[in-house]
Design a protein around this ligand. Structure first.
Ligand SMILES: NC(=O)c1ccc[n+]([C@@H]2O[C@H](COP(=O)([O-])OP(=O)(O)OC[C@H]3O[C@@H](n4cnc5c(N)ncnc54)[C@H](O)[C@@H]3O)[C@@H](O)[C@H]2O)c1
Ligand SMILES: N[C@H](CO)Cc1c[nH]c[nH+]1
Ligand SMILES: [Zn+2]
Length: 431
């Protein structure tokens, strides 16, 4: 169960913030060898690794039209409606992220602005190893739709019968994704990186996954591709005071512990009483969870820490930089300014992290493993590039020309200076 710490001194905080150890050295060697094989042997290598890691031999990697129709029929109407409600909220929130063009006159006559342009070919990875995360199709597919991505290739691991979970197929079809491939793990990322006979090469790869997927995405960066973020094993940090409800907090902690054995959950409080009550609740709720074995292992990597105050807990959380932060404290809104590093924040007793995972509208593809210090979660921005434009008038170049000439000369770049000087001379002659 969760290890407990009481008032640890500040010099111990950094080591308390460490995530469960992953064997990165072996991992990157293994992933590199998968990349090398897929680059040379294409589909043949993808099928080899699918047989090795997913224990299924496939003739065809692409999901057929008839498989999509079959999948549609097996999803209940109730679930279909829930997915549609979630889609609308996710669409609303991501639509609001569209930026209006703002033209700024920096110097009289010099106009500068930015415009977004879509990344046309993208790959979306949908985890499916231990749970079929069809909600991730919404989180990536909807902003891709809004941005206008033209070519979307979706990869997800097949099950033992060589099928992708029907709800993943239904959701993909709902938002217009047609190119769906039965391939998972690092081999899927390698396929999207190089392209194979079946899978198209893409410009950017999106999506969370286990340590093999995350390591493969990092490797893809060496081949002139972009990735969204390092989104690995899920994690949550809850800060709870005596106003929190132990039942609720225990459920929130277990919700992320059940994702994978390498997940981690952290509980911080200024009350020993509440920590004890939450721990009792965790034991109670754990008993009934179908993914009890997975959650139990994740809890062994997890910690509850008694600190002096909620302010101190927020300082700790800023060092930990959690993927999800829940503030189950009185007047939670009063603490938001103090949060420096977190992927997504949930305020008060009635904002469970599951709401963000599925349906409130925010994106659940978020930076893990401390990357919330330097990365944002996926948003509409992740699917576009921003191009800057400028339009300088005759008056504008006369106003800013001298500044450019002086700076270019100081950098000893005379061609740069001349590019301005010739224009200024021309204008002088004109007048
Ligand atoms: N950070 C986020 O935003 C976010 C969102 C959703 C899920 N997640 C995380 O995604 C992860 C999903 O993991 P998963 O395993 O269920 O699914 P997955 O689809 O990421 O990985 C399954 C694949 O891993 C490969 N694999 C398994 N064992 C292997 C081995 N020994 N060697 C090489 N490859 C191997 C297989 O090909 C398999 O298809 C969880 O850790 C979850 O916490 C994170
Ligand atoms: N909590 C995950 C992100 O860490 C996302 C997810 C999908 N389904 C359920 N949860
Ligand atoms: Zn989750």
């Amino acid at each position: 169960m969760i290890r407990q710490y009481k008032y640890p001194p500040v010099y111990e905080w950094k080591s308390l913030c460490e995530r469960p150890l992953q064997n990165q050295e072996n991992l990157s060697e293994q992933v590199k060898s998968v990349f090398d094989k897929v680059k040379i042997n294409g589909d043949k290598a993808l099928k080899f690794y699918t047989e090795k890691f997913d224990k299924v031999s496939l003739e065809d990697l692409k999901v057929s039209e008839s498989e999509i129709i079959e999948a549609e029929q097996s999803v209940s109407d109730e679930l279909k409606s829930a997915i549609k409600i979630a889609s609308e909220n996710i669409r609303k929130f991501h639509n609001s992220q569209q930026e209006e063009k703002k033209i700024i006159e920096t110097t009289k006559g010099a106009f500068c602005w930015r415009e977004s342009r879509v990344i046309e070919s993208i790959g979306i990875y949908i985890p499916g190893g231990t749970a079929p995360l069809f909600s991730t199709v919404l989180m990536l597919g909807i902003p891709a739709n809004i941005a206008g991505c033209k070519n979307i290739a979706l990869c997800s691991p097949p099950d033992k019968n060589g099928k992708i979970n029907p709800t993943i197929l239904f959701t993909a079809n709902l938002i217009g994704i047609k190119n769906i491939f039965k391939v998972g793990g690092s081999q899927a990322i390698a396929g999207l990186t190089f392209g194979t006979e079946t899978i198209p090469k893409v410009d950017k790869i999106f999506g969370p996954g286990n340590q093999y997927v995350t390591s493969a995405k990092q490797l893809a960066l060496n081949y002139n591709l972009a990735i969204d973020i390092p989104a690995g094993p899920s994690e949550v940090l809850v800060i709870a005071d005596e106003s929190s409800v132990p039942d609720f907090v225990a459920a929130d902690l277990l919700s992320q512990a059940e994702h994978g054995t390498d997940s981690q959950v952290i509980l911080l409080s200024n009350s020993e009483k509440i920590i004890n009550e939450i721990n009792i609740e965790i034991k109670k709720q754990l008993k009934d969870l179908p993914r009890k074995e997975i959650a139990e292992i994740a809890l062994q990597n997890s910690k509850s820490i008694l600190l002096n105050s909620i302010d101190e807990a927020i300082q700790f959380s800023n060092i930990y930089a959690p993927e999800h932060l829940i503030l189950a404290v009185e007047n939670a809104e009063n603490f938001t300014d103090k949060i420096k590093n977190a992927g997504s924040v949930f305020l008060g007793n009635y904002s469970p992290e599951s709401a963000g995972d599925y349906a409130s509208g925010t994106n659940h593809t978020l930076p893990t493993n401390g990357f919330a210090k330097n990365y944002s979660g996926v948003s509409l921005d992740s699917f576009v590039k921003k191009i800057t434009f400028q339009n300088i008038t005759k008056k504008g170049i006369q106003n800013i020309g001298k500044t450019i000439e002086l700076m270019a000369e100081a950098e000893e770049l005379m061609a740069h200076k001349n590019a301005v000087s010739v224009r200024l001379k021309y204008l002088e002659n004109e007048s």
